[in-house]
Design a protein around this ligand. Structure first.
Ligand code: AMP
Ligand code: ZN
Length: 485
């Protein structure tokens, strides 16, 4: 089955066909590094990690760029207000450079802890000033820009399809425009490509505006507008047309609409063939907001005793295009599910490749079941990244192993299923399910013997000692299996 993705551009779920047979170019909008990310922000990066893993499972290689916004993202999406990173600097009595470095590192550390595959390129906006200025120059030379007091703007009326991507009602925008934002703009939808540093504010991050980009003699220090970095990085690294561009649904009406306008005006080519957007996560049914203080961070989850893979499992339980709801009860449920899966993964230490012939071929049947589940996982992912369906497939496959004796479970099939789960969902089942010690295995054998001799006291002693070391024993009809307690 070929991979199908829902494309915001065409508003349909369609077969994915990359430009090249082997390599997929992918751009995912990254974080603005002015604070710790909350559970909602992290959800997006888990969804796009699933996208990457699905592409890899389909035999593609992936060339992915993710930006780190360390400059230019203003408090208001309408090119007004303070730079978010500069706000963080004031809050913490540091420079914008220090704030950006600290929270970038925190973000990269979080990605590692969540087991997210590192993009081939993680690029900071401040490292791409030259490319961004080149893009402004290109757009200026083609007549798409104009200069006003506070910067160089993109004239959206020059890009006739501007409203199409998000289905914007530009006439209504004009009628409802609040003049206090900027009455020099020609249209409310026009956006800053390059902002001039405010005369009354000392910015930590600013660059000379090249004279050829300026109208008039006055020199200006300036900094890039937020949308510009994504177009500049995507096109300079991946090419003028990329396969997939991903981001949050909040990006559709402004950020991505503007990326399309400036990229396509500069190159004369389609910017991205597929646009994919994740819905938002709520917390206890409410929007995540500073005032409610409900933007839990990864540290918060760890401090409450959760592992970050529990959180990853929680996110995978929802579909990227649906609104999610984070509660600690839901996280607890995900944690239990993961624990259950780990105990099935631990069965591989207790099974063999040669099966006992139980007459009715139960063992062979289970092998087929495990291999079929591996295939079904990739098929469900190919159906627009349907992770809830994937989890149901795994639950179902594991539940069929319940109460079987270990000598009819095929180790190879089980190993393959666990590998597929790890490769596609990144839940690290193999890494987190080590075998028990040989001495502990000996104890289990001894217990079988003493049970045979009806020495229940010794049998209980052994069970308790193993339990004290985190190993629980489960007696099934014909055998005893161990699990993580
Ligand atoms: P921000 O720092 O607000 O620019 O957000 C960074 C990224 O997180 C953006 O891609 C947003 O789409 C995404 N995002 C913000 N809030 C949520 C949420 N509650 N659920 C999912 N994604 C979110
Ligand atoms: Zn972006």
């Amino acid at each position: 089955m070929t991979l199908k993705l829902h494309n915001t551009l065409t508003k349909t779920t369609e077969d994915f066909t990359p430009l090249s047979d082997q390599k997929v170019t992918l751009y995912t909008c990254g974080p603005t590094v002015y604070n710790y990310l909350h559970v909602g922000n992290w959800a997006a990066y888990i969804y796009w990690d699933t996208l990457v893993r699905t592409l890899l499972a389909n035999g593609y290689s992936v060339e992915r760029v993710m930006n780190i916004t360390d400059v230019g993202h203003l408090v208001s999406d309408e090119d007004a207000g303070e730079d978010k990173v500069q706000t963080g600097a004031k809050r913490e009595g540091k420079t914008a450079w220090e704030i950006a470095e600290f929270y970038s590192k925190n973000f990269i550390d979080g990605m590692e802890k969540l087991g997210l595959i590192a993009p081939e390129f993680v690029t900071k906006a401040t490292d791409f000033i030259h490319e961004q200025l080149e893009l402004v120059r290109n757009l200026k030379n083609k007549g798409f820009t104009y200069q006003i007091d506070d910067g160089i703007y993109f004239d959206t009326s020059k890009f006739p399809t501007y409203a199409n991507f998000a289905g914007l009602d530009l006439a209504a925008q004009k009628a409802g425009a609040r003049v206090e934002f900027n009455d020099q703009k020609r249209q409310p939808s026009d956006f800053a490509l390059w902002k001039f540093s405010p005369p009354d504010e000392q910015r930590d991050m600013e660059w000379n505006t090249p004279a050829d980009l300026l109208e008039g003699d006055a020199p200006h220090k300036g900094f890039p507008g937020w949308h510009l970095e994504c177009s500049a990085m995507a096109m300079s690294i991946l090419g003028e047309t990329i396969d997939i561009h991903a981001g949050g649904i909040d990006h559709i009406p402004v950020h991505h609409t503007n990326e399309i306008a400036q990229s396509e005006s500069a190159s004369g080519k389609k910017f991205a063939n597929v646009w994919i957007h994740n819905n938002h996560l709520k917390v206890n049914g409410t929007k995540i907001s500073k005032s409610l203080d409900n933007g839990y961070t990864l540290d918060d989850l760890e401090q409450k005793g959760f592992n970050l893979l529990d959180y990853r499992m929680f996110i995978l339980q929802g579909h990227y295009s649906n609104e999610g709801n984070f509660t600690f009860d839901n996280l607890e449920a995900a944690k239990n599910r993961l624990k259950n899966w780990r105990n099935f993964a631990a069965l591989r230490h207790q099974t063999h490749d040669t099966l006992v012939d139980d007459g009715d071929k139960t063992g062979t049947d289970k092998t087929v079941l495990l291999l079929a589940a591996s295939q079904a996982i990739v098929e469900a992912l190919n159906d627009n990244l349907d992770t809830p369906a994937v989890l149901a497939i795994v639950d179902d496959a594991f539940s069929k192993l319940e109460n079987l004796t270990t000598d009819v479970i095929h180790q190879h099939g089980l190993n393959q299923l666990i590998d597929t789960i790890d490769e596609t969902l990144g839940l690290q089942l193999k890494q987190t399910t080590p075998d028990i010690l040989d001495t502990q295995k000996q104890m289990i054998l001894e217990r079988q013997l003493v049970r045979h001799n009806k020495n229940w006291v010794r049998s209980d002693e052994i069970r308790d000692e193993l339990l004290a070391n985190g190993i629980a024993l489960k007696d099934t009809s014909g055998s005893t299996i161990w699990q993580y307690a």
